[in-house]
Every structure is written in C-alpha cells, then in structure tokens.
Ligand binder design. Structure first.
Ligand code: SF4
Ligand code: SF4
Length: 617
C-alpha cells in the first residue's frame, strides 16, 4: 500500500515550505536541489504538508478506486458519515439529500458517525468521573494518538483507553449486519485512512474516503442533489455526538462539566496548541490536575475538506445541522440504542513507537553554525526559516533535517556571492572578447604583412638569375623559383605552370642521385656545401646548398654555368680567386723575373676589366 502522503519530485519546486511546516520534522530537506523526503515512520498524518505545497507536489493516498471496487463487488455496503459533511456540502439545502446521494453510489445503509461519538463520549464521562488519580489525554483524534506514540511515548498510558467514534460505529454496524458487511467511512481527517488499517475484527472499516473524494465519485456517477429524493440515516441515530468535529464537541456530547472553576478537563485545538499542551501535560500534569481534550483540528480545515478557511462559518453550519437533527430526536430510542450497543467492547491499547531523534553532538551543531556564518554574538534569530532561533535551526541541520539554503541570511549571502561571481565572470568575458578582437586584428594585419612579404620574396626570388630551391627531409620541394624550373628544363617548366613553385615535387625525380644526395647530406649533417659543379643532363650546374632547419629543411642555389651572365661573373670571380690565391707566388715570380711579372699581373687585370665592362647594367 502506498504511504499516506508522498512527494511528487516532478512537481516539486524545492521551496522547503513542507519541511518548515511539518510539526514533527518528518520531512527532510535534501541538498543539491533534490526534492525533500518524507520519513513516513515519523509522520503523524496531519496533512499540513499537503495543504502547504503550492504546486500540489504532495499527494495523499487516494481511496477512490478501493471504494469503487467495494461497491462493485458487494451489495451489503454501509457508510459511516461524519457530521463534517454539513460543513462540506453547505450548498445542499437538506441533509436528507446527501444521504440519498450517498445511497445512489450503491451504498445500502448510511449511518451517522454521531452515534459512535455518543458512545465514546459516555465512556469519557465515566472515566473522568472516576479517574482514580490518573489524568488522561483523549484519544479520538488519530493525529494526537500518533503524536503521543511517536514523540511522547511516556504518555501512552495517559491516553484514554477507548477506540475512536468511527471504530465504535463500525462495531455497531457489524453487530447489526454481521462481520461480512463492508463499511466505507466518509470523513475529513486524512489520518483516519491509516487508523482504520489497525482494526481487522468487529471494528473493521474497509475503506475511508475524504470529502473531496466523495465529490469526485458523485461527479463520476453523475449524482446531483436535483435528481435524488430525500432519504434519512439508518438507525441508530446520534444525539449530541453531532458536535464531534468541534473542538469541545465530544465533551459537550458527554455533558462533561466545562465550568472553568470546577472542570477537570481542558480542551485545546490546533497544531501549536497540540504540541505545547502535550509537552506541558508531560511536565506539569501533577500541578495542573486536569484531563486534556486535544485535537490537531484539521477536520474542518485540512486536505480532507474541499474548501479551506471560513472556520467559524463551518462551525456554525455544524451547530445548525446538529440542532436540526436534535429537533426530531427521540430520546427513548436513543437510550434503547445505548443499551443495545453500549456493552460492546470499546477498549483499546497503545504501542510506543519512539521516533525521537537523539540530540546531535555539540561539535556538529558548532559546525552547522559555522557553515551558516553565525558568530557567538551574532544570532539574528530572524525566524524566516520557521525556527525560533538560529541555534534550533543549527541543531536540526546537525540532525540532517534542514539544509543551510533554508537559512535566509545564508541564502542572501550566497546569492550575493553568486551575483559577484557572475559580475566578475561577465567582466572577464568582456575583456576576453576585446582581447580576442585585438588579436584577430593583429593576426589579420600580420597576415597581410606576411602576405606582402611573401609576394615580395616571391618577386625577388623569381627575378634572381640563380635558381633557388628549398627541400624538406624527404627531398620534397617546399619552394622553388622560376629560374630553378627553367634551369631544370622543359618538363620542370611545364610542372611549374600547373603547380607554381613546384611545391611537393620530388627532387629525386628531377635530379640524378649524385645531385640529390648532396641535399640529403646537408639536411642530415647540417653542413653547407659551397659552389659544387655538377653535370645535369647536358648542363654544367654550380650548386651551393645550406641547411635551413636542422634535419628538416635545406636550401639550394643553382646556377647554370652556360648562361652568359653566369659565365662572365664566374670568369671574373674565378680569375679574382686565381689572382688572390697566387698573388704571393706572382710577387715572388716578379721578384725573381723582374718587370716581366708585373706585366702578367697587368694582363690578368685587363682580362677582368674586359669582362666587367661587358657586364649587363
Ligand atoms: S512544499 Fe511542495 S514544492 Fe515545496 S519543497 Fe515541499 S514538496 Fe516541494
Ligand atoms: S502529514 Fe503532517 S506529519 Fe506527515 S509529513 Fe506531512 S506535515 Fe509531516
């Protein structure tokens, strides 16, 4: 069976309202943006979380299908109806209409809860009249019973030892119709959905539906006030037990003395009143000397009733209804019924189910306060977290019930930090974008300059009379000028037209091994080769090879020695070398041969002059 209440993570917006509102901290906030978790063992079934959740992410267990199944499979179905129906169906003019509407669902017998309330009220009267020194807490509200069993287990022996009015009424019905009769309870307290599961004997109720579920069934079966006749409740009818949904309704039903000067009973209602009065009862009952009649008070304002608010109006409607019922009341019959059913066993016992959490170690609380940024004298105690003090919040943080994000100051500080980080990040992005633009401009301008330089270099290279070639370690041409392809011959010139610069051409296919091995040598050894004459096809070439990048690139200057301009320059160069190299020897010859030697020098110089004059300008 599904738990009484559960969170639907898809709908949850992580607002933590449910964590703050749960009176017993059965809902634990989960860090990292996950939905809170309900610990159903700690839950007391008050329904406050269901009502508090704005996006309707908390659901109670629906019993509609269960009710429909019971109606489908059984003819002898009885309903017990809480007086709260008068507050729910304020639009229905006569209660006899909604009795018939309920019967129209296929329910054979409709009983008032109020007779069961009368029976239990009598029990309270007897107990309080002869209580033998033990003070009691009334046990008609399952939320209160759950709370005591789980959070004040020391008080279970102070709970009135009686079943609730609905179970008492179920016993009456089973006595009347036999154990096999199926019973559906219609009320407004969602905790009743779990309470009925405790009984499997003659107090068994098979299903409990709350008023909004009853409305859904009416809608589904097209049941409307205008299409049904009047019908009355089945006997036994109730008396002042009709006041049961009101704070002191059961006390009044039992005619228990409520005079403040003489009464032995204090009646309280509401979440805070329940929590505080039970705590006080535990601590101070020896002084107070009163019984506690207490209810959580969600019967007229919880998820079990369709419209919230207007509590006074709802109380008025119940009192009006009770008066109407009492007008046609036959006291003699009621006494007979009390005689007939008053001897049923209405006793019950309780079982401690301690769900109190042990106090966390001091260091954990201090650690929590530190995370929250609370210093010794700096507790704002703003209460926006739902706790009275920062320290109480830190205690629950240490217990793992709340997370720091629920602290307003912490959240604001973190939002500030987040905002600042965001601002810094934005500034960084702006700076980066600007730097990127500048660097793009720089790259573009450098690219333009490089392009211009490249074009200039190409123009210079192409106009050189020497062939220039650059090759990589695989002897693939990286760059060659036009003169290089011209020197190599027709085939190389044609390739150069298709692939300018002979880029990627294999030097090994253009030169003989004798030549390309010279390039390999320079690349491998990083040693230049200066002016080496080689034969290529029918040409005499002069090569100078030099390393550019060690083991990677080498450059070559190739001159065709048959080209006229090369021939002249070469003759000049080489004659100059002869003169330089042999000057000393010539001088010695001159010294030995006298004037004749200077004539030889003059002759050689005149050769140089001749060639220089003929040099193209
Ligand atoms: S109140 Fe609803 S939306 Fe908010 S945390 Fe709880 S389940 Fe989620
Ligand atoms: S039903 Fe009540 S006790 Fe249970 S989780 Fe919701 S608020 Fe807490």
């Amino acid at each position: 069976m599904k738990p009484l209440v559960e969170i639907l993570p898809d709908k949850c917006t992580n607002c933590f309202t449910c964590v703050r509102i749960c009176p017993v901290k059965a809902i634990r906030a989960v860090p990292n943006g996950l939905s809170p978790e309900i610990n159903i063992n700690r839950c007391i079934g008050c329904g406050a979380c269901v009502d508090s959740c704005a996006p309707n992410a908390i659901e109670y267990r629906s019993s509609i299908e269960e009710a429909k199944n019971i109606l489908k499979l059984n003819k002898e179905v009885a309903a017990i109806v809480s007086t709260g129906i008068a507050a729910e169906f304020d639009d229905i003019t006569d209660y006899r209409k909604f009795v018939q509407m309920i019967k129209s669902l296929g329910i054979a017998h409709v009983y008032e809860l109020s007779f069961g309330a009368d029976l239990i009220a009598m029990k309270y009267l007897n107990l309080f009249s002869d209580f033998k020194g033990r003070y009691y807490i009334t046990s008609f509200d399952p939320v209160v019973v759950n709370y005591i069993e789980k959070y004040h287990p020391n008080l279970i022996n102070n709970l009135t030892p009686f079943i609730s009015p609905k179970i008492a009424m179920a016993k009456v019905i089973h006595k009347k119709h036999g154990d096999k009769a199926k019973i559906i309870y219609i009320g407004s307290n969602i905790a009743d959905k779990d309470e009925i599961l405790l009984y499997n004997d003659d107090g068994k109720i098979d299903c409990m539906i709350i008023f909004p579920e009853l409305r859904k069934l009416f809608k589904e079966f097209n049941i409307d006030e205008n299409i049904v006749d009047y019908s009355d409740f089945d006997a036994p009818l109730g008396f002042k037990g009709s006041l049961y949904p009101l704070r002191n309704g059961l006390i009044q039903a039992a005619d228990i003395d409520e005079n403040l000067l003489t009464t032995h009973v204090i009646s309280v209602e509401g979440k805070t009143a329940m929590l505080e009065s039970i705590r006080e009862f535990e601590n101070n009952v020896k002084v107070i000397h009163r019984h506690l009649h207490v209810t959580y008070g969600n019967a007229l304002s919880g998820p079990g009733i369709t419209s919230r608010g207007n509590k006074l109006l709802k109380e008025h409607l119940i009192i009006k209804y009770a008066n109407k019922r009492i007008k046609n009341f036959f006291r003699a019959e009621w006494y007979n019924d009390l005689d007939e059913y008053g001897s049923l066993d209405f006793k019950r016992s309780y079982k401690a189910n301690d769900q109190r959490l042990p106090p966390p170690p001091k260091e954990k609380i201090e650690e929590a306060l530190q995370i929250l940024g609370k210093k010794d004298d700096d507790y704002s105690n703003c209460q926006q977290c739902g706790y009275s003090t920062c320290e109480e919040f830190a205690v629950d943080m240490a217990k793992g019930i709340v997370v720091p994000e629920m602290c307003h100051a912490y959240a604001v500080r973190n939002t500030k930090n987040y905002d600042e980080s965001l601002k810094e990040l934005n500034e960084k992005i702006t700076k980066t974008r600007k730097a990127l633009q500048e660097s793009e401009e720089k790259v573009r301008s450098e690219h333009d300059s490089a392009h211009q330089a490249q074009e200039l270099t190409n123009a210079i290279l192409d106009n050189l009379r020497a062939g220039i070639v650059v090759v990589d370690y695989q002897l693939k041409i990286v760059k060659a000028n036009n003169t290089f392809s011209r020197i190599l011959g027709e085939e190389a010139r044609e390739i150069n037209e298709v692939i300018p610069g002979l880029v990627g051409a294999d030097l090994k296919k253009l030169f003989s091994p004798e030549i390309y091995n010279l390039f390999s040598f320079v690349i491998t050894n990083s040693e230049p080769i200066d002016t080496r004459d080689v034969i290529h096809n029918d040409s005499l070439l002069n090569l100078s090879i030099f390393p550019i990048v060690e083991n990677q690139l080498a450059g070559g200057i190739v001159r065709d020695m048959k080209a006229p301009e090369v021939q002249r320059a070469e003759v000049i160069k080489r004659v100059s070398e002869v003169i330089d190299k042999n000057l000393e020897m010539v001088q010695q010859i001159g010294f030995l041969m006298g004037e004749g030697a200077s004539d030889i020098e003059k002759m050689l110089n005149s050769v140089i002059k001749f060639y220089e004059q003929d040099k193209p300008k």
